[in-house]
Write a protein that binds this ligand. Structure first.
Ligand code: ZN
Length: 357
């Protein structure tokens, strides 16, 4: 089967990464108090990048997509010529990854997130009608995060709330529930992107020594995220909430669903609110972006994988521009039937993000 060119169908790209070029770029978008505070501390000299790998490593950007100057993803014209035009994207959702979400000061975190949301609206969304964005929130202060969601939600171009996978508390804990309440209230899915605010080691074994250990540990972390959201009853409390796992990979899901269903059967008496198979709850409420797609070597195995997941509604098209996972125009895995391709490129994103309709 030939690779599918998503441009033929005007796909919806659910994960691109505009990058804040420097903290100086945020100064006009900060409240006056915080602008003065940041200048007094000299924080504008640091770009506060949230890095899980070396900033100059190839993983941050394919060499053929790296700009001549500046951080990959920080140039609007390049983004337009490298991803919006080649893919003829109907919409592309900007997920800004930034150290604002890792700050220990809850107030500084909230101030920077607010500035980022103003910056992305003015510098990106205003420049191209195909762009949409996720609301960056201070994850360790649910009340301030909910305030920011309420503030941004009046702009329909914000279509999602952006969280990181590994935070101070497991994401299902009820201290986080004001975030889910605000998201549900405004019809916004919660996107959970690979990444950490580094409150805890990425695995239970303790702090790793190398980027390799840290980065690879993100994959099993997504299973822990689902354990927490399902078991704490988030989807019982917020029945309309959708969660999108972004950059989680895909092939781990069938084995994970098997394990959580099997174990739930044995211990379900302790969580009677989880009143059906966890896999059913996950199929209803959880979606996954397809870059990186840890594609099996044989095309026929891709079809088997989709059958094992047990749903054709869970996968969402994404390019992950400009990160290494970005496969250029060949962003779709081979071996998918045409009706499933259309669902991944268009129908599933539209069903997940009501604000795109
Ligand atoms: Zn991404």
């Amino acid at each position: 089967m030939e690779p599918v060119n998503p441009s033929s169908m005007q796909a919806i790209d659910c994960d691109i990464h505009p990058a804040v070029p420097s903290t100086r770029a945020l100064l006009p978008y900060l409240d006056e108090y915080w602008r003065e505070h940041i200048l007094r501390r000299g924080l504008e000299a640091d770009n506060l990048e949230l890095s899980a790998f070396p900033v100059n490593a190839d993983l941050n950007s394919r060499p053929d997509w790296r700009p001549a100057r500046g951080i990959p993803g920080s140039d609007f014209d390049l983004l337009r010529s490298q991803v919006l035009e080649p893919f003829q994207s109907r919409f592309a959702i900007c997920n800004v990854l930034h150290g604002a979400q890792a700050m220990f000061s809850e107030d500084l975190s909230a101030a920077l997130c607010r500035a980022i949301n103003r910056w992305v609206a003015a510098e990106w969304l205003d420049r191209d009608p195909r762009l949409r964005a996720s609301i960056v929130v201070p994850p360790h202060s649910a009340d301030l995060a909910a305030e920011e969601i309420d503030r941004c939600a009046s702009d329909p171009r914000f279509v999602q709330v952006l969280m990181l996978e590994l935070t101070e508390l497991p994401l299902g804990r009820r201290q986080n529930w004001p975030i889910y309440a605000a998201a549900e209230r405004h019809g916004l899915p919660v996107g959970i992107h690979a990444g950490s605010s580094f409150r805890h080691p990425p695995s239970g074994l303790g702090w790793p020594s190398f980027y390799l250990e840290d980065y690879v540990s993100f994959a099993p972390g997504f299973g822990a995220v689902l354990n927490s959201l399902v078991t704490e009853g988030v989807f019982v409390k917020f029945p309309k909430l959708k969660v999108v796992l972004i950059e989680s990979g895909v092939t781990w899901l069938p084995a994970y669903l098997w394990r959580i269903d099997k174990t739930w059967r044995g211990v379900r008496a302790e969580t009677p609110w989880v009143d059906r198979l966890p896999s059913e709850i996950i199929r209803e409420h959880v979606r996954l972006t397809i870059q990186p797609f840890d594609e099996p070597p044989e095309q026929s195995q891709v079809q088997t994988l989709i059958e094992q997941i047990g749903s054709d509604e869970m996968l969402l098209f994404s390019t992950d521009y400009p990160h290494w996972h970005f496969d250029g125009i060949e962003a779709m895995p081979n071996g998918l039937p045409p009706d499933l391709i259309k669902k991944i490129l268009i129908d599933n994103p539209l069903a997940t993000y009501p604000r795109l309709s």
